[in-house]
Design a binder for this molecule. Sequence first.
Ligand code: SF4
Ligand code: SF4
Length: 435
Amino acid sequence: MQTRFEPAQLAAPAIAEADAILRKCVHCGFCMATCPTYRLTGDERDGPRGRIYLIKEMLEAGGSAGPEVTHHLDRCLTCLSCMTTCPSGVDYLHLADIARTRIHNTAKRRPFERLLRWLLARLLPRPGHFAATLKLARFAKPLTPLLQAMAWSRPLAAMLRLAPFRLPAPSDLKGGERFGASGLRRARVLLFQGCAQRVLAARINEAAIRLMTRHGVEVLIAGDEGCCGALSLHMGREDEARDLAARNIASWYGTVNRAGIDALVITASGCGSLIRDYGHLMARSAISGQAARLSDLALDITAFLEDIPLDDPETPMGLKVAWHPPCSLQHGQKIKDAPARMLQRAGFEVYLPADSHLCCGSAGVYNILQPEIADRLLRDKQENIGRTGADIIATANIGCMTQLAKGSQLPVVHVVELLDWATGGPKPQALARLT
Ligand code: SF4
Ligand code: SF4
């Protein structure tokens, strides 16, 4: 694709990066067929090629983002299905990040929308604030139909629908805690706690710790770590994402140097995708070297476990599992089938639903900000999962778990909960009713 940036524009690192990405696109349109939003709306501007054109026009023109590019970028899930399909290696992820930052800084949004985005960026990364909000949301749930009836308040209705009726026990993991390996130690890892996951499903990291320590992995918990920054970055709040990343890097780097860590393990693939990209996010900062080192160490738990031979199950688990590969895992980290293979080895019957390459509609805060499209994607996903005849849905990202659990008859668990159970851990609570 030809671009027409002025030399002065190209002096800005973000524009130079966007220019290099744009020039790789050959307009072939292969990416359109696998874009969930284009499949739903049929509008070229809701597909990657159309969005790339809109971004190019916005950046070349300079100045503020207009309503057209804002609308169609807002409707992008950042699912990265287009990057898996693109034969030219167009780095849509970083192009979209650059565009979203421009949109966040310059677009005119309605005051309520601004407020909502600001609130989400304040509340979700702070476990205490997030837990308190969820507790309040319980009392507001009866207002959902009223809020759903008006277009402006539908994101609030979406939030209330996602909020669980009861919050599980909070995580009692503490910074600086160490969990020793059983038997001969094979590895020592730092386990990332996350923010929303800590509130919604502390059981995931508890299962991960049991599973890893039982298989000879020592697990350390860092102090003073926080949100990875992905939610902020997806809303174009790049400076906030960098601040959050800098805090984590400061927290982890000392432990990594002191203790000699083999991997930084992450159980939420959405967080893992960004942490594995900290080297890029912080490339122009004073801590770029530390960020790059931590990116290299960062691994999704399913990738880490591939090199750890897990015990065989004592008896076949005999349950049918629909494996939902999160976009951040399959498109962001290029891990799709390995978790399914691990579940099979652990004695589960595993099914990959049709259209498994398509997003469930979660996508960070997308299911709050774009509830109509998110609901349509979820409906399709649930139908495809239903056709497998599975007893359980297993996935690897807290965002997908919350989205898939919305209105689902099937229990939704993290893959490590099943692997933990199969190798001697307790039965996941979500499966209590299954015999
Ligand atoms: S990231 Fe997903 S929704 Fe966005 S353009 Fe690519 S395929 Fe479409
Ligand atoms: S598949 Fe790649 S090269 Fe082709 S239009 Fe899409 S982004 Fe451009």
